[in-house]
Design a protein around this ligand. Structure first.
Ligand SMILES: Nc1ncnc2c1ncn2[C@@H]1O[C@H](COP(=O)(O)OP(=O)(O)OP(=O)(O)O)[C@@H](O)[C@H]1O
Length: 326
């Protein structure tokens, strides 16, 4: 049975990955802890792409890493096909982790500069004792010519090509879920579109389920089936992509959309929808965490934390004073 912060979760048998009440904490000096992720829940059906968006520091990467238990969350549940990952240790955790692969923001620094592409891509299968003879296949799948690319080293490639190599390195392990943490943020805009297109193709070809993290809503809006908006470690809003972009209800989601050039909605300028800087996660505001920057905040927002509730078909919101687009 889902808790009050998990009302938006689908029944376990309908989902491949189910994350419930995830809490991630880090030491923050002087005996304090920072709660980077504070009770986040979401799920993914097999073959679905979930976009997770929010400003830098809202806890997206911490949530992503907690899915693969690196490090394990402080509390909460992460279930892959019914298997509780937080209960696994040692070899069984290692084996299960192969099924969830991550792709990171900075492709160049995540590749060992001294090794040839063939060795980089085949390292995973060696470690996992899997057949490593798919190097050519996965290089071809990510749009690199195996005959020329496999014997070269990362510095001979552009940023976009290095990201293709990172994707090949993940694909060769035959993952079910690929967690993409800001995979195009370091790339030129034209290259971003190519990598996004590639991920969509690979998703169909290899029947992948994707978690796609970005600070920029414009990046996730076309690739995601559903989008989850996070603010200061909490879920603000979750809805199918077109619904979230077309009918945003949370003041923070509206501010994110207003900052997309040509966002398509008749919204006030972003600086009228959000003010100031995000508070420090070590000392979050009482009640609704967004209230200190929110033009719609009232007294209730300071005292009562909004719980997630349904406002439309599969559209979920945590806000006392949502906006509607008339
Ligand atoms: N290893 C760590 N030690 C201490 N604090 C951390 C650590 N990792 C993250 N944090 C803190 O947790 C909060 C969330 O960070 P996180 O990187 O998850 O956010 P993010 O939304 O992914 O941002 P970014 O896109 O900048 O990485 C921040 O306040 C950050 O300083």
């Amino acid at each position: 049975m889902a808790g009050s912060g998990s009302a938006h979760l689908r029944p376990p048998d309908e989902v491949l990955l189910r994350v419930e009440d995830l809490v991630v904490e880090f030491p923050a000096g002087r005996g304090r802890t920072v709660r980077a992720v504070s009770g986040v829940s979401f799920d993914l059906a097999r073959g679905e792409t979930l976009g997770i968006v929010g400003e830098s520091g809202c806890g997206k990467s911490s949530a992503a890493r907690a899915l693969v238990q690196l490090p394990p969350p402080r509390s909460g549940s992460v279930r892959l096909d019914g298997l509780e990952l937080t209960a696994l240790r040692g070899e069984s955790l290692r084996r299960t982790r192969r099924r969830l692969q991550m792709i990171f923001q900075d492709p160049i620094s995540s590749l060992n500069p001294r090794r040839r592409v063939r060795d980089i891509v085949s390292e995973g299968p060696r470690v996992w004792s899997l057949p490593g003879d798919r190097v050519d296949e996965v290089l071809e799948a990510v749009g690199l010519d195996p005959a020329t690319a496999a014997e070269r080293r990362p510095h001979e490639f552009s940023g976009g090509q290095c990201q293709r190599i990172s994707i090949a390195r993940a694909l060769i392990l035959d993952p079910e879920v690929v967690i993409c943490d800001e995979p195009v943020s370091a790339l030129d805009v034209s290259v971003q579109a190519q990598i996004l297109g590639l991920l969509e193709d690979l998703k169909d070809r290899y029947r992948l389920t994707l978690v796609f993290i970005a600070h920029d809503l414009a990046v996730v809006k076309n690739i995601s089936d559903r989008i989850l908006v996070m603010y200061l470690g909490k879920v603000c809003e979750l809805a199918p992509s077109a619904d979230l972009i077309g009918r945003p209800a949370h003041p923070y989601t509206r501010a994110l959309i207003a900052s997309i050039p040509g966002g398509g909605l008749d919204l006030p300028p972003a600086d009228k929808l959000i003010s100031g800087e995000p508070p420090l996660p070590v000392n979050p505001p009482s009640g609704c965490r967004f209230r200190t920057r929110c033009p719609r905040a009232d007294a209730r927002c300071a005292t009562e934390e909004p719980q997630i509730r349904q406002i439309g078909e599969d559209h979920w919101l945590a806000c006392h004073n949502p906006a509607t687009l008339e």
